[in-house]
Ligand binder design. Structure first.
Ligand SMILES: Nc1ncnc2c1ncn2[C@@H]1O[C@H](COP(=O)(O)OP(=O)(O)OP(=O)(O)O)[C@@H](O)[C@H]1O
Length: 316
């Protein structure tokens, strides 16, 4: 379990993290979301004792990180996959970590095998692709067989097979009763992986809730209907006291409507339906809805592509 209590971090005038209080629980994957610059990495660094909080407290299974003997046995983290001595082989990199944390050397082979790097164990890390580097970082996180795992953008650079693998790995680690805390900007991936979400914006807590509840609270659920007898169906639905939204595409939308009731009404009046489908917004839509006001960097969507990367960006 990771417990944050009033955690804050200020860099000069800049408040990166503001009074965050939440608990990351064992047995499930908890997703950590927020727009660019929201304070996710700063929060994760403070959890690992790499940054000192300006105020507040973080506890790892009830203790401060600095008080953990052999910390890799308690919490494993992938923060920056490039934070590896490039001249060292994957095996030697992990061996150094193992020896400085009282972990048996045999564990190095086990984790190399788990992440699929056994064949390149003796190769220098500087020759690794982005995806191989991510796998090496994940091997380091798993090395101490910790009860708590933290991953900052773990699927970065992984191919579809690698993404599938890390998704299943995180779920199986959680199913073993471990605490799994993961940040990602890939909403579709997060929707498939996390059961619970913590969302921050401009350093502040915006949501701490289950994935299903988050989507329900921050999006609109409706039923979409297509029919060649649009006017007749509109009359029938209005007659039944059902409010209908007419869309430009010709479809009809009914908020909070029960598809069964609409189908029965259509059948009673012998109206042909081509579509009757409940719609729920995606995690991405719900996230954009919730964080719209706390996004710091916006791109112009109505202009042509900028000549130089970065030209079209402005601070909102
Ligand atoms: N060492 C630092 N010195 C000054 N400001 C910093 C420092 N580290 C982070 N910040 C600022 O703190 C804020 C939060 O940054 P952080 O990297 O934690 O956000 P993030 O949510 O991880 O962003 P991203 O999704 O873009 O990785 C940003 O405004 C950033 O510029």
């Amino acid at each position: 379990m990771i417990e944050l209590e009033g955690l804050s971090k200020r860099y000069g005038e800049k408040v990166a993290v503001s009074s965050l209080t939440f608990t990351v629980r064992p047995g499930i994957v908890t997703g950590f979301l927020g727009p660019n610059g929201a304070g996710k990495s700063t929060t994760m660094r403070m959890m690992l004792g790499l940054d000192r909080p300006t105020a507040g407290d973080v506890r790892i299974d009830g203790r401060h990180y600095a008080d953990l003997k052999d910390p890799l046995k308690y919490i494993g983290a992938l923060l920056d996959a490039k934070a590896v001595h490039g001249g060292r082989s994957a095996y030697n990199h992990l061996l150094c970590l193992a020896q400085s944390n009282g972990i048996p050397n045999s564990r190095v082979h086990e984790v190399l095998d788990t992440v699929g790097l056994s064949a390149v164990a003796k190769k220098k890390a500087k020759g690794f692709s982005l995806g191989m580097g991510q796998r090496l970082g994940i091997a380091g996180a798993l090395l101490g067989d910790p009860r708590i795992l933290m991953f900052d953008e773990p699927v970065n650079g992984l191919d579809p097979e690698g993404i599938h693998w890390i998704r299943n790995l995180m779920k199986s680690l959680a199913a073993q009763g471990r605490t799994v805390f993961v940040s990602s900007h890939l909403m579709s991936e997060m929707a498939l992986t996390a059961e619970h979400l913590v969302v921050i914006g401009q350093g502040r807590l915006l949501a701490d809730t289950s994935m299903a509840e988050f989507i329900r609270q921050n999006s609109r659920a409706y039923v979409r209907i297509r029919t060649p007898q649009r006017e007749r169906l509109l009359d029938v639905l209005h007659g039944a006291g059902i409010t209908v939204v007419e869309t430009g595409s010709g479809a009809l939308e009914v908020d909070a409507g029960k598809p069964e009731r609409i189908g029965e009404l259509a059948a009673q009046h012998q109206i042909v339906l081509h579509e009757l489908s409940p719609q729920q917004a995606s995690l991405e839509e719900a996230f954009m809805q919730l964080t719209a006001e706390s996004v710091e960097y916006h791109a112009h969507s109505d202009t042509a592509l900028p000549h130089q990367w970065g030209d079209g960006w402005e601070r909102g």
